[in-house]
Write a protein that binds this ligand. Structure first.
Ligand code: T4K
Length: 410
């Protein structure tokens, strides 16, 4: 760690153990171990095994759809969904998302067309979507960022009127609802990620959920090389299968959901207090009337009020072992290969650019306690009191906007 960054620490209040964003929520480990033992006793490790089927059934029941097809991860699930839905040419996606949303298209030589987001919802702005449609556009992929729903009705209306396919990247939104209906049940299909950092996880995993029987059949074939029976390949396919070990982790995680939600909600309430210590911080709200997983504690740092910039604050937090993240900085349009394709894309994405530069995500989940958040509140208070000196020290370290990950994690 750079000396100037070290000097940012309050002498007494660094967290003893680093607090990560995305520390996995672990379910009941005794039951998990029993399941793992049963996998080896049964000698069936992958290829549509009994635990994968059980996991699929439980996810489908929870979401209220006819089909859940479990996959090895969310990115492959997106790739398969995109191919099965028949997307080609250009597809409209947000840039304010994790890079996998765009990569899943580009990987198949489909052009992601980046659309700006609405500043309130942080999700695709339907008005902007409409403007980006060209004769090459085949579809729209909305992302329910942080588990907060897209404007589904507006996107459905556009898709229907312009004859486009609509699907959703619901990587963050497992266990969340929109207008009383579970996320996972909208569009042609939706895709979940069950990565270790997600609210419910399999270690690595993903799934496509849909009510479309034909699409579900196609996706099942594509997930397993296109095999229909022992020797018959009827489709171009890949290996997208979830294995039994990941399904075992997923089942325990599903069973832990009530506890994970309670903890996340408690942590969120603690953060509501903690952020008051530093002016200009605002927590992204979750609609109270809907089901939510509260997996992301997202903070907007208003540069006109906060005495420290988002990046300065992240550096200070890291110096205290609070490993806040700049999700999703710098915006997918500023990453390769997209920044080489569209060097001026930022001009068309003012809201994305603004969010990417002022949002930070704080640690939550079952490994974060109310006391930890109390300590984070004290760091905010201390930062508010010492903002002038901290700004000066930080100016001597890393120029703003550049990556400081290596320094703070060293
Ligand atoms: N669409 C969207 C909107 C997504 O957000 C994602 C994934 C996808 C699609 C693709 O789904 P997957 O193919 O991943 O299933 C992380 C996750 O790897 C990624 O799944 C997630 N989104 C993204 C938002 O976050 P990184 O590069 O930030 O991960 P990393 O390695 O820095 O880990 C994040 C934090 O979690 C670290 O602070 C450490 C902690 N962690 C992580 C792991 C894996 C642990 O404490 N334990 C662990 O086992 O992408």
């Amino acid at each position: 760690m750079n000396n100037e960054v070290k000097l940012l620490s309050m002498p007494h209040n660094a967290l003893a153990v680093p607090l990560h964003v995305g520390r996995p929520n672990i379910g009941d480990q005794t039951i998990l171990m029993e399941r793992i033992q049963a996998i080896f006793d049964g000698n069936w490790l992958t290829n549509d095994g009994p635990l994968v089927r059980e996991f699929e059934q439980r996810v489908a029941d929870l979401v209220g759809v006819r089909h859940c097809i479990a996959m090895c991860n969310g990115t492959v699930a997106l790739e398969i969904a995109i191919r099965a839905v028949g997307l080609k040419g250009e597809v409209i996606v947000p840039s304010y998302t994790f890079v996998a949303t765009a990569h899943a298209l580009q990987w198949q030589e489909i052009t992601p067309v980046f659309c700006d987001v609405d500043p309130q919802t942080q999700n695709l702005d339907p008005t902007q979507v409409e403007r980006l449609i060209t004769p090459r556009t085949s579809g729209i992929i909305g992302v329910h960022l942080w588990g907060r729903p897209c404007d589904v009705a507006a996107l459905e209306e556009i898709a229907e009127r312009r004859n486009l396919a609509l699907m959703f990247d619901a990587a963050h939104a497992f266990g969340c609802s929109h207008e009383g209906k579970m996320i996972g049940s909208f569009g042609r299909c939706e895709v979940f990620s069950f990565h270790a950092t997600k609210f419910v996880h399999c270690g690595e995993g993903g799934a496509i959920v849909t009510d479309d029987d034909e699409l579900a059949d196609k996706v099942r074939l594509m997930r397993n090389f296109g095999f229909s029976g022992y020797d018959n390949v009827v489709y171009l396919g890949t290996n997208g299968k979830m294995n039994e070990l990941n399904a075992a982790v997923g089942l325990s995680s599903l069973e832990g959901m009530p506890q994970f939600i309670d903890t996340n909600q408690r942590n969120y309430a603690c953060y509501e207090e903690a952020i008051l210590e530093l002016p200009g911080l605002r927590l992204l709200e979750y609609p109270k009337q809907e089901r939510q997983n509260y997996q992301y504690v997202v903070v907007d740092v208003d540069p006109s009020i906060c005495p420290l910039s988002r990046d300065q604050l992240v550096q200070i937090l890291h110096a205290h072992n609070v490993l806040a993240r700049r999700y999703f900085f710098p915006g997918v349009h500023r990453m390769e290969p997209y920044c080489s394709f569209y060097p001026n894309a930022g001009l068309l994405l003012p809201v994305t650019e603004q969010l990417a530069n002022r949002v930070l995500v704080l640690p939550t989940g079952t490994s974060v306690t109310a006391e930890d958040i109390d300590a984070i509140g004290s760091i905010f208070a201390w930062a508010a009191e010492n903002a002038g000196e901290l700004r000066e020290r930080l100016a001597r370290t890393v120029p703003q906007g550049e990556s400081f990950d290596a320094e703070v994690s060293a």
